[in-house]
Design a protein around this ligand. Structure first.
Ligand code: GLA
Length: 401
């Protein structure tokens, strides 16, 4: 994860959002003497379905009301000039020269510009100014939000109408092929396709999603563990390889499997002896997590928060014990959360080795739970973590001011 933003997040209101837009527009005007167009792309939470996206499986994310904003205006040449208000940094490059990674936040922008070009979407040069209220490295997908907001900006100011799914896939490709992180498509998809008040039951094979309403009696509370373990990227890529190995070994015995999505729990258990122990446990996580995700979505649809919470707790245990992507801070935070009144379930979220825990909480208890997490977990680690309510929000697009 490259440094992006480091802003302490509290509950954001519409007022705050307009402040970002106004400030960005004003600063853009001062810097470039032009009126920009504004684009916003949200971060995401994921209720359940972790490390399933690159296995063609199921996930249950939602876009949230925290976002990356890009102010943009076309240039007459083919240069891309970008400034991040949060980082106080400016970078510039020529769209006609093959960009090389610079190992900082600008790589997400360079990668998106390059993938658009490679896909045949020739954009003009642009001046970009970027701001946001998503914390970095917290598992809320600030990098995907940056990619998507820039992709919207570059295509729209060039008059190119690229559909949302294609944009999401191009942004994923920027991260895979340019930044060098082999992420799945969940984050970019959620940022593009978010629906207010809904989670998205995402089928990562068909790339179709079904909106699942978050019951009115429920809230999503997210707490940042503040842990950021450096091994995350390497371990993420290793998990992908282990899943690929599981598929290669299982397909010697089971016909027609292209991904772990195609394997049932019974099939896997029958083949336990044919897989190395670690590979078996990785596969057991993915196969079980797909089942849990479908069951959690069904439980939410009938308002069964207790069942959904139970499945989230199981998801955490599986990520900790079988997939081994948790860490002591996430385990502690999830355990503290589960002990609070009004919490149905709690689990680590995102790639792992740090970042946030997400809790499914009774609506009336949400603010109290967030405050208790700040206090109890904060005392345990000797810091003040941010904990806040997230609301499923609409996906990315232009912003009219
Ligand atoms: C990161 C990746 C996603 C997904 C999650 C784990 O957030 O970017 O594609 O794999 O980890 O579910």
């Amino acid at each position: 994860m490259l440094p992006l933003f480091d802003i302490r997040v509290t509950l954001r209101s519409d007022g705050c959002r307009m402040k970002i837009a106004d400030a960005l527009e004003a600063r853009f005007g001062e810097t470039f003497s032009r009126v920009p167009r504004l684009f916003r792309a949200p971060g995401r939470v994921n209720l359940i379905g972790e490390h399933t996206d690159y296995n063609d499986g199921f996930a249950l994310p939602a876009a949230i009301d925290l976002a990356v904003w890009t102010a943009a205006a076309p240039r007459a040449d083919r240069r891309l000039h970008m400034h991040s208000l949060a980082m106080g940094e400016t970078f510039e490059f020529d769209l006609d020269a093959a960009p090389a990674p610079a190992a900082n936040w600008s790589d997400y922008v360079r990668g998106v510009a390059l993938m658009l070009e490679r896909a045949g979407y020739r954009s003009e040069g642009a001046d970009l100014m970027i701001d946001g209220d998503l914390p970095m490295g917290a598992g809320l997908s600030a990098s995907a939000a940056l990619e998507v907001s820039v992709a919207y900006a570059l295509t729209r100011i060039a008059g190119l109408d690229v559909d949302r799914l294609e944009l999401a896939k191009l942004c994923q490709r920027a991260e895979n092929e340019f930044v060098g992180a082999r992420c799945g498509v969940m984050d970019q998809y959620a940022s593009c396709f978010g629906v207010a008040g809904r989670l998205l039951l995402l089928d990562c094979r068909t790339l179709r999603s079904k909106p699942i309403p978050l019951p009115a009696s429920a809230r999503l509370v997210v707490c940042d563990s503040t842990a950021r373990h450096r091994i995350a990227d390497g371990e993420y890529n290793r998990r992908r390889e282990e899943c690929e190995r599981a598929v290669a070994l299982l397909s010697k015995h089971i016909d027609g499997i292209a991904a772990l999505r195609d394997v049932t729990r019974e099939q896997l258990e029958r083949r336990e002896g044919d897989l190395p122990e670690i590979v078996f446990r990785r596969a057991r996580h993915v196969v079980g997590e797909n089942e849990r995700t479908l069951r959690a979505a069904a439980a939410l649809e009938v308002g069964d928060l207790a069942e959904c919470g139970r499945l989230m707790d199981l998801s955490h245990a599986s990520l900790r014990d079988d997939y081994e992507v948790s860490c002591s801070e996430l385990d502690l935070l999830a355990r503290i959360a589960r002990g609070l009144r009004g919490v149905h379930g709690a689990r680590m979220m995102g790639g792992g080795f740090g970042g946030c825990v997400i809790c499914l909480v009774e609506a009336e208890a949400a603010e109290r739970v967030a405050a208790s997490l700040r206090k109890s977990y904060g005392e345990a680690i000797g810091a003040t973590p941010s904990a806040f309510c997230c609301f499923p929000a609409p996906g990315a697009g232009p912003v009219e001011t």
